[in-house]
Write a protein that binds this ligand. Structure first.
Ligand SMILES: Nc1ncnc2c1ncn2[C@@H]1O[C@H](COP(=O)(O)OP(=O)(O)OP(=O)(O)O)[C@@H](O)[C@H]1O
Ligand SMILES: [Mg+2]
Length: 406
């Protein structure tokens, strides 16, 4: 392996190229070398051999030239991507191209890929573009996290978590964002059932060595719904009461939050040692309650308890599920709810049992069964950017880094 540095300069864009193609190297040197804004480093080698030692801490963009038909090289690229994540962005150059390769590259989250022969101006534009988008994203690799907590059993946490995840998945600009629903109710989880998919999370496998959980292992433990929603759910063990090491859960959360644009958590009723961490890392915190006096009381108590524990962290907001205006004409009204909950009141979700039950039985989003239904509309409003509570989201993120970065 031979490393040669052409230019050194911190303020310039640092481009690192890994290639064994002498002709491509020569072309790239001529093109990038003529640009005083670029410091080019060319490393000669294949990604499976040289990738593990490639130093990319200072790189603005990495360009990896590889033979996509070589399993070793693709594995080497996988390791490299696991190591670097989204910083720096990696542009892959391949000799041949097919849909399977493209899909694998997308899954590995390379920033872009090009097929030889590569036009140098196009390569330079691509580098500039991916560098710019990495820079403007700032901390965008941290996802937007929505957490749903129950004020009582059966209030509808799982239903609302599933539907929110579906809404976020569809709300993405250009349909490009990624969303992961995580069922943290390890004992009585229902997310996989509600979506009719096979749960694949095996916490016992991660437990002995939480650091083993990298992107590849995460991929193995993900289930995919036909809509494109990624789901992390463990098979139910109703007869097993066990708690997991908080490090395992923390590592899992960390991996999920840095690999998806949106993450939705379905929380259990029990408070575990890792619960605070999840809540602190959330951008939006929703307590789901039913419309009864005890339900409201529990919700209010939970809001206060969380505010006490999280301080200026994310502010919990209460969703009243299965709301029916007329049913409560002699009982609780919306005004009463607003009075009791004050600014912790988020919204009411209408009651529509037959619609929700059909969605659950068919493993489909509500929107697909009845487009424009009132529950979906309300959830859309709930996740709309206009309703964002900016300052708390920010402090939540800061804490997330402190508490999750271990
Ligand atoms: N808006 C709604 N309208 C009508 N029925 C609903 C609504 N939301 C949830 N349900 C129904 O309420 C029941 C409980 O919902 P869900 O499983 O989502 O609650 P949960 O809070 O996750 O329960 P658990 O405590 O068991 O985890 C389900 O049968 C579901 O169909
Ligand atoms: Mg549930």
């Amino acid at each position: 392996m031979q490393i040669e540095r052409q230019h050194v300069g911190m303020s310039r864009a640092q481009i690192v190229i890994l290639t064994t193609d002498a002709a491509f190297e020569e072309q790239a040197r001529a093109a990038f070398g003529a640009n005083s804004q670029v410091a080019l480093t060319v490393v000669s080698g294949t990604v499976d051999v040289a990738g593990d030692d490639l130093i990319l801490d200072q790189a603005t963009v990495a360009i990896v030239d590889l033979d996509a038909s070589s399993a070793e090289e693709m594995h080497g690229l996988g390791r490299l991507m696991n190591r670097v994540g989204s910083r720096p962005p990696v542009v892959v150059i391949t000799q041949g191209f097919d849909a399977a390769v493209a899909r694998t590259l997308l899954q590995m989250r390379v920033a872009d890929f090009m097929v030889k022969p590569v036009a140098l101006p196009e390569l330079m534009n691509t580098c500039a573009r991916v560098a710019k988008s990495a820079a403007s994203n700032g901390d965008a690799t941290e996802s937007e996290i929505y957490t749903f907590l129950p004020a009582a059993g059966g209030a509808g946490v799982t239903t609302l978590a599933v539907q929110t995840a579906m809404t976020l998945l569809r709300a993405a600009p250009h349909g490009k964002s990624t969303t992961c629903l995580v069922d943290l109710d390890f004992q009585h989880g229902a997310c996989a059932d509600y979506l009719d998919i096979e749960p694949r999370l095996n916490l016992s496998e991660i437990e002995p060595r939480p650091d083993r959980l990298d992107r590849q292992l995460l991929e193995v433990m993900l289930s995919h719904h036909a809509s494109g929603l990624a789901v992390i759910a463990a098979p139910n063990r109703p007869a097993e009461m066990r708690s997991f090491d908080p490090d395992v859960v923390t590592r899992l959360l960390d991996m999920v939050s840095s690999n998806f644009d949106y993450v939705v958590f379905d929380m259990p009723r029990t408070w575990f040692s890792w619960t605070d961490n999840v809540l602190l890392g959330s951008n939006k915190l929703f307590i789901v309650s039913e419309m009864t006096v005890p339900g409201l009381r529990h919700a209010k108590q939970l809001v206060e308890a969380i505010r006490e524990r999280l301080g200026d962290g994310p502010r919990p907001q209460v969703i009243i599920n299965r709301f029916e205006q007329k049913m409560f004409s002699s009982g609780l009204r919306k005004n009463d709810i607003e009075r009791v909950l004050g600014d912790a009141f988020a919204c009411c979700i209408p009651n529509d049992y037959s619609l929700v039950r059909e969605a659950i039985d068919r493993g489909l989003p509500l929107e697909e069964i009845k487009p424009g239904n009132k529950i979906s509309l309300q959830i859309k409003k709930l996740v709309a950017p206009a309703t964002e509570v900016k300052p708390t989201a920010e402090s939540g993120l800061k804490r997330l880094k402190l508490s999750w970065a271990r």
